[in-house]
Design a protein around this ligand. Structure first.
Ligand SMILES: Cc1cc2nc3c(=O)[nH]c(=O)nc-3n(C[C@H](O)[C@H](O)[C@H](O)COP(=O)(O)OP(=O)(O)OC[C@H]3O[C@@H](n4cnc5c(N)ncnc54)[C@H](O)[C@@H]3O)c2cc1C
Length: 451
């Protein structure tokens, strides 16, 4: 009788460069490919993310020749029932490396299920790169150097002539989740990820260092949703990068993702809680009209509003814009970073708890930013500098499309600035910046929290 085992796809919806999947075929002749629709996660996800996942599952199912089992429920129950039905004794998967996945695995192990795990979504597994004294890095640049020196394995091929076990019809519940009306998401799936990466390498990567901060052009790879769902592994990406300046900058960005995963690994409470606990004591404002204006892209600051409309429209936002809107929420509106992070997690198709929570905390000032000063982004200057001709702003804010030159960044300076109904500024940036600095002084003066 042929030996069967289960492969549990989680954040690795691909066949190539998937060592855990190869290990699965080393252990068995036939594999039951499984994806579990965890109700707890599905309920939290917004429509964009759900639609992207559904598209990705359909793509994976196609590459498995229709064999993907997609079952809703609690992982421990789903797996126990499949193991019984298929008479298997173990389950293979990659290591999760985020608090929710870790807890889920503990539960499985606790119930006696044997999990065989190998690899992760990272080139170097979180926790592996440490300082000489064995403690984790807290600052990105030295982490980057050590990560580079550590190195990573070469990518591996997809399994050859795999034997997949076909599901019963009732075990293939790929959800019919669609993007909201009028919204087109970028294509999902392993093939789309590889083709996007190839296009990036050919057309964009060499100028990446110069163009990656300009949201009005396709200057970045937009691989983040593919990395989030594991449709491509960072090792595959790193293996194709050379010594050019553009590639070097790109490698450093991939390393930011690895750094934040490492920081979260050592500080699992920071998914929701402060990395620097002093900031918990800061005076923050309650949610209300200003938060609503931020969410809907109606703050009256064009660069901020363009970005907030982009996330709602595309389920994705440019990195420069993410920093500016995050700074605006925390330092101009004085709202705690977790509210912004939740909003991002709902909309982003690349939602990643490590990069999101730490991207927010970095910008809020309570994270791993090594800068010696308190950074407050000026939303007008950021627009002028990174979107000088207003291409990005005009794309998402039709009310401002009639403005030329500098007026696009300061519609209040133009006589016709508000003629198409663009909202007035909800706060005065210069005043809020000073308020933010005053709030910072208050916590600095307070006694340090007990460790
Ligand atoms: C407030 C805030 C929230 C964020 N939330 C997320 C999130 O939920 N998921 C997510 O993947 N990224 C997040 N980022 C990081 C970054 O904005 C996105 O990874 C990037 O915009 C994705 O676009 P891209 O693939 O075109 O990036 P590229 O510029 O092409 O970079 C290539 C890859 O490097 C990684 N990367 C680049 N910049 C960063 C960074 N600053 N931090 C971590 N990884 C990085 C990503 O995996 C990205 O796909 C956040 C940043 C901020 C400031």
């Amino acid at each position: 009788m042929s030996k069967r085992t289960i492969f549990w796809f989680r954040r690795d919806l691909r066949l190539a460069d998937n060592p855990a999947l190869l290990a699965c075929f080393d252990a068995a002749d036939e594999v039951i490919p499984l994806f579990i629709l965890d109700d707890e996660i599905s309920e939290r996800a917004g429509q964009h993310r759900r639609a992207f996942l559904a598209n990705s599952l359909n793509a994976l199912n196609e590459s498995l020749g229709g064999a993907l089992h997609v079952i809703s429920g609690k992982p421990v129950d789903v797996i126990a029932s499949l193991m019984k039905r298929y008479e298997t004794t173990s389950v293979h998967s990659a290591f999760p490396f985020a608090p929710y996945g870790n807890t889920r695995d503990e539960e499985l192990r606790g119930s006696g299920i044997k999990l065989e795990q190998l690899g992760s979504s990272y080139a170097v597994a979180p926790g592996r790169v440490v300082k000489g004294d064995g403690t984790p890095y807290k600052v990105y640049t030295p982490f980057y150097r050590a990560w580079l020196a550590h190195g990573w394995r070469a990518p591996v091929a997809a399994p050859k002539n795999p034997n997949w076990v076909k599901p019963k019809k009732s075990d293939q519940n790929i959800p019919n989740w669609k993007a909201p009306d009028g919204i087109t998401l970028q294509e999902a799936g392993e093939a789309a990820a590889l083709s996007r990466f190839k296009k990036f390498l050919k057309e964009t990567s060499l100028d990446y260092g110069d163009n990656r901060n300009i949201p009005g052009i396709e200057g970045t790879s937009r691989l983040s949703p593919h990395l989030r769902w594991g449709e491509i592994h960072p090792r595959t990406i790193l293996a194709s990068l050379g010594p050019s300046k553009g590639h070097e900058v790109y490698r450093k960005e991939i390393a930011w993702r690895e750094f934040y995963a490492d920081v979260l690994h050592h500080n699992p409470h920071t998914t929701r809680d402060y990395y620097d606990s002093r900031y918990k004591k800061m005076r923050y404002e309650k949610l209300g009209k200003t938060f609503d204006a931020w969410c809907s892209g109606n703050t009256g600051y064009p660069f901020v509003d363009a970005a907030m409309r982009q996330i709602v429209r595309e389920g994705w936002m440019h990195n420069r814009a993410r920093m500016v809107v995050a700074s605006f929420l925390v330092k101009d509106l004085h709202i705690e970073w977790q509210h912004g992070a939740n909003f991002f997690m709902k909309y982003l198709i690349d939602n990643d708890v490590a990069s999101n929570s730490h991207g927010w905390q970095w910008t809020a000032g309570c994270g791993t930013d090594a800068s010696p000063y308190y950074r407050v982004f000026n939303p007008i200057e950021q627009g002028r500098r990174f979107d000088p001709d207003g291409i990005y702003i005009k794309k998402y804010i039709p009310e401002l499309s009639h403005l030329q030159g500098d007026d696009i960044h300061e519609p209040w300076e133009s006589e016709s600035g508000y003629k198409n109904g663009y909202p007035k500024r909800i706060v005065d940036h210069a005043a809020e910046r000073l308020d933010s600095l005053a709030r910072l002084e208050e916590i600095k003066a307070a006694k340090p929290p007990k460790p």
